[in-house]
Design a protein around this ligand. Structure first.
Ligand SMILES: NC(=O)c1ccc[n+]([C@@H]2O[C@H](COP(=O)([O-])OP(=O)(O)OC[C@H]3O[C@@H](n4cnc5c(N)ncnc54)[C@H](O)[C@@H]3O)[C@@H](O)[C@H]2O)c1
Ligand SMILES: CC(=O)[C@H](C)O
Length: 235
């Protein structure tokens, strides 16, 4: 297994949920962490939980100049980026006929275009160093689409396509790319559910999977996974 100590990670959407849990888990491994999000105060709350060198940057994934500035800040602060965790995302649920074009666009802006721009900013630094790890959070909604989530699913299917093609181009540069496909995780994004929270996946469980995959010997990686709750029960 690889050690992650002294590596540098940039985690998007680090203010809560899966992003916060991942930042905490990476920090516990000795990784220096930069987190991004839209609100300075909630980013600061995460920073206080990190037992490592850490920095926070306000960055709206819908703004290309914010993404550029966040990457520049991370490189200026830590000198490199070894691990990019593309986690920031939104979900708006509605029946197909009630889905507005505006909501579809907003989800594509954050979940797909933001991720695309973040990768285009970070990957050149990884190519220069002939090493890097990109972790893209897709979803089980990238595998199966369902009533009420056709538009969200479309963004996550797009994440899969974007990620796989990029991965096939970049592995010749020793860049590993992991697509993470969780089912329902207990976070603000999922909101109220009929499931007993204790039986759902918790954000820390996703963080554990990410850390364990990153620790694999660099000659190998898990291209895509599917993370399920063992026995989700109704409340
Ligand atoms: N919770 C689930 O059931 C679940 C399941 C599968 C995949 N996912 C994916 O996991 C990722 C994280 O979701 P979560 O469940 O932790 O949700 P969350 O709502 O708790 O966190 C989402 C994070 O993304 C940030 N974010 C949203 N829009 C942004 C923007 N425009 N610019 C910058 N930051 C922005 C938020 O501020 C927040 O920090 C998302 O990509 C989501 O689609 C979640
Ligand atoms: C919210 C989500 O992405 C689903 C449940 O996989």
């Amino acid at each position: 297994m690889e050690h992650l100590t002294d590596k540098v990670a940039l985690v998007t959407g680090g203010s809560r949920g899966i992003g916060r849990a991942t930042a905490i888990a990476l920090a516990a491994e000795g990784v220096k962490v930069a987190i991004t999000g839209r609100h300075f105060d909630s980013l600061q709350e995460t920073i206080e939980l990190l037992e490592t060198e850490a920095t926070a940057v306000v960055c709206d994934m819908q703004q290309a100049e914010d993404i550029e500035a966040a990457v520049a800040h991370t490189i200026e602060t830590f000198g490199q980026i070894d691990i990019l965790v593309n986690n920031a995302g939104i979900m708006k649920t509605a029946s197909f006929m009630e889905t507005s074009l505006e909501d579809l666009r907003e989800m594509f802006e954050t979940n797909v275009f933001g991720m695309f721009q973040m990768m285009q900013q970070v990957i050149p630094h990884m190519i220069d160093r002939q090493s890097g790890d990109v972790v893209n959070i897709a979803s089980m909604s990238a595998v199966n689409s369902s009533p009420q989530t056709a538009a969200y699913s479309a963004t996550k299917f797009a994440v899969t396509g974007l990620t796989e093609g990029m991965m096939r181009e970049m592995r010749q540069h020793n860049i590993r790319t992991f697509t993470i496909n969780p089912s329902a995780v207990l976070t603000d994004l999922i909101g109220e559910t009929s499931l007993d929270p204790e039986t759902m996946i918790h954000p820390e469980d996703i963080a554990d999977v990410i850390v364990s995959q990153l620790k694999l010997n660099r000659r190998t990686f898990i291209k895509t996974n599917q993370i399920w709750a063992t026995n989700p029960v109704q409340k």
